[in-house]
Design a protein around this ligand. Sequence first.
Ligand code: G3P
Ligand code: MG
Length: 394
Amino acid sequence: MASTVRQLIRPVARQSRPQTSRSCYRCLQTKVHDQGIPPYAFAFDIDGVLLRSSTPLPGARNALRYLQRQRVPFILLTNGGGRSETERVQDLSEKLDVELDVSMFVQSHTPFAEMEEYKGGDKTVMVVGGDYDKCQRVASEHYGFGNVVTPADIVARYPDIWPFSKVFMDYYKAFAKPLPSPINPAASATLKIDGIFVYNDPRDWGLDSQIILDLLLSEQGKLGTLSKKNGDKSLPNNGYLQDGQPSLYHSNPDLWWASSYPLSRLGQGGFRAAFEGLWSTVTGGAKLEQTVMGKPHQPTYEFAEKKLRRHRKALFGHVGLNDPLRRVYMVGDNPESDIRGANNYQSPHGSEWKSILVKTGVYQEGTTPSVQPTVIVGDVGEAVRWAVEDALEL
Ligand code: G3P
Ligand code: MG
């Protein structure tokens, strides 16, 4: 399926300018071509816009194929994850029947790949979330992290660390790996975690919360230890997180997401909210230092825009000063992530981002969205047609 970016472009014959009807792409064609390298592009959310769980949503295939025919660049920007970018792009290409490429794809944990400070052989990170060891393999095999352990590896070796996982042990033992070091606080070579990365929705909130809590209450991230500074009111934050504990990163803040179930389901943000409650209870309200990435956060949009600009350049082979990317249309179903992110995004390149909210996912028709988009439309097809018309003014 892998295609050279240039194959994604197929020029079409010019057409005369008829009136635009709601479902007609052909009527829109001429408008795009007039500008050569279009001064605009798209960023598409996935869940609730292109897919519902793994079922393509109406109009998704035609909308993307239309933009490819018209040489309008776009990327897919999702808070989802849990597999490698290559695997997800292959799967999406098959499901949507559209040729896609990793150069046009950003998922929640893609920016983790750039965190060089955790990749050295002397560093060990704990990766949380997703099915089996898929996220662990993304971190080690695709992002180049040297030592990657999971809560599964830990509980498989030390079942007493979370007694209630005994019922899931067959599942864990199916993919758990030996730990780089034993948990032996007395020894110098005890298991020490330098960074905690929540890559995708945790499956076993109990186990994952217990081990993350153990690490954040430990001495320097050494499992099986408890920092003597915890609760010391003479210290900042009552002594919590004052003893070289590992940093905590979340890839996706979504409290809700649109799956195949008719009502939105709790997402990775639900796990974070539950853990924050736990931490507050255990520490008497101490501050929890953590980095939350993903939409709506600025770093994720900056990362996405960088990827979009690189993809646009690759699509046309050249993008000169006269071909500025002036506008990006963010098409999403979640006001709190897609719309808030696009509305608040300050582009270091000066591009304007407009937000288009569709009714095929989290946002429920007839309700007032928590964040006001540029426009609300029925589905992704309508979003593309609205935007192509809107871009005429550029
Ligand atoms: O777990 C994925 C979900 O939070 C939302 O994904 O594609 O709508 O950003 P997406
Ligand atoms: Mg979505």
